[in-house]
Design a protein around this ligand. Structure first.
Ligand code: FAD
Ligand code: 2HG
Ligand code: ZN
Length: 451
């Protein structure tokens, strides 16, 4: 039998099989620098047929496969644990003309979210997902993680945008449903099964996605508030006045300090506040203007144009990179019912302090996130990145409040051991049965989702 390297080179061309550690390094360390692992090689197929060839070759040689898009995932799912082939989808750049009648488009797995957004806008439409990693995160990766982001309050997560997929299964067979037929009730929905499967059930090669009408008027407001309760109260005032609210984001003084240190940005408001609500309304001019006139806003900065809006968004969007510049954080991505969010926030400080080893000094906790959907990002700097105590304490707290241990980033390797906090033994058994049915040899992303 040929070696795997020979088979891969024959399938996709030797120039697309990378084995030199200098070339593979960028693929085998994750965005947070918390997860890394060696790959036998990186394979970069350029078509769906080539992806199928790569998967078949790996199956023949019993070598595991880690699918990777933009490598912006935050739960360690996009890098190998120990060896195997890293299958990069970045060359899958198909981008069909927008179907403006149906408001749909087909896109290759390797197209970035920024690329898809620009393509939709050129046709007078919007893609419903927006996230700070848009320049690197891909269509395939966002489907595989069911990414949320900044506009979920209005458009839902990636699942809600997904009308069909093309994917290569573990045996190398190709399933394809890119027709965009909305009225289609013919059994199991494989696209929805692959959404959130984190590379464990198949390699997504393309998708059919829904688009939304472009909004002519957008107003962005950044308001200083006393804390999370005040932010929620302000949001409750905004929503009935402006049903077109498409973002409601929260951050606190600790995060703002890091962002300003990292970016050199000036203070957003004349005086400092314990916390901030960033809200964006998109819709008819009168609705957008109503937000700007809201008497409850108090001290706020208001932007009515793209440049002003981008300047306000920078305070929120640059949190992740500012935290990363300060160290390797423990990243927890939790959600609870909105009625419990303030109580959960109140309990976080003691939970984090209690779980941080005394020798590590006082932990720095940065809390921010998509408050409109009850999703907080809790980043903790200080405790050793390998020490799981803080992670387990914060995720345990979210579960105790009836919430989710992964609001939008997924389970990956990071939380595979504690999936049981959110899923019953019966649910995990059903998920394992699906995995075993579609990938009996366990070749696709082993160690992700299931420990
Ligand atoms: P990767 O990181 O390459 O992979 C992620 C997972 O998907 C892995 O398990 C991988 O195996 C699998 N995968 C990738 N491509 C495929 C494929 N074609 N077929 C099958 N499996 C595949 N996430 C949010 O939800 N909301 C946010 O607001 C958000 N903001 C972010 C901001 C920053 C600055 C950063 C760095 C990250 C952010 N993320 C956010 C996390 C990340 O961008 C998302 O998880 C995104 O969906 C990952 O896409 P990717 O293409 O980079 O996937
Ligand atoms: C965001 O909302 C991302 O900016 C990243 O989901 C969150 O860095 C994080 O913890
Ligand atoms: Zn987020």
């Amino acid at each position: 039998m040929n070696s795997l390297a020979d088979d891969l080179a024959a399938a996709i061309g030797a120039e697309h099989v990378l084995a030199d550690p200098d070339l593979t390094a960028g693929y085998t360390t994750d965005w947070t620098r918390r997860y890394r692992g060696d790959a036998d090689c990186v394979a970069r197929p350029g078509t769906t047929a080539q992806v199928a060839e790569v998967v078949r070759a790996c199956a023949r040689h019993h070598v595991p496969i880690v699918p990777q898009g933009g490598n912006t995932g935050l739960v360690g799912g996009s890098v190998p644990n120990r060896g195997g082939v890293l299958l990069s989808t970045r060359r899958l750049q198909r981008l069909d003309p927008v179907d403006t009648l149906a408001a749909q488009v087909s896109a290759g797995a390797g197209v970035t979210i920024a690329g898809l957004q620009a393509h939709a806008r050129a046709a007078g439409l919007e893609y419903g997902i927006s996230l700070a990693s848009r320049d690197s995160a891909t269509v395939g990766g966002t489907i595989a993680t069911n990414a949320g982001g900044l506009h979920t309050i209005r458009y839902g997560g990636t699942r809600a945008q997904l009308l069909g997929v093309e994917a290569v299964l573990a045996d190398g067979s190709v399933v394809s449903r890119l027709g965009g037929v909305r009225a289609d009730n013919t059994g199991y929905d494989l696209a929805q099964l692959l959404a959130g499967s984190e590379g464990t059930l198949g390699v997504i090669t393309a998708a059919r996605l829904r688009l939304w009408p472009a909004e002519p008027h957008v107003v962005t407001v950044l308001a200083g508030v006393d804390g999370i309760e005040a932010a929620l109260a302000l949001l409750a005032e905004i929503r009935p006045r402006a049903p077109g609210v498409r973002a409601a984001e929260y951050f606190e003084a600790a995060g703002l300090t890091l962002v300003r240190e990292h970016t050199g940005l000036p203070a957003p408001l004349p005086r400092a506040y314990p916390a901030y609500l960033l809200a964006e309304v998109a819709g008819p001019a009168d609705q957008a203007e109503r937000l700007a006139d809201l008497p409850l806003l108090g001290d706020a900065a208001v932007a009515m144009d793209l440049t002003g809006s981008a300047a306000l968004w920078a305070y929120r969007e640059r949190h992740t990179e500012a935290i990363s510049a300060a160290g390797v954080p423990h990243k927890l991505d939790i959600a609870v019912p909105l009625t419990r969010l303030a109580a959960l926030r109140g309990a976080l400080g003691a939970t984090v302090r209690g779980a941080s080893a005394p020798s590590g000094g006082a932990p720095l906790m940065i809390v921010f996130g998509h408050i409109g959907v009850g999703n907080l990002h809790v980043n903790v700097l200080g405790p050793d990145p390998a020490d799981q105590a803080v992670d387990e304490a914060v995720l345990g707290l979210a579960a105790a409040y009836g919430g989710s241990i992964s609001a939008e980033h997924g389970i990956g390797r990071a939380k595979a051991r504690i999936l049981r906090l959110n899923r019953s033994p019966q649910e995990i058994a059903a998920m394992r049965a699906i995995k075993a049915g579609l990938d009996p040899a366990g070749l696709l992303n082993p160690g992700v989702l299931f420990s």
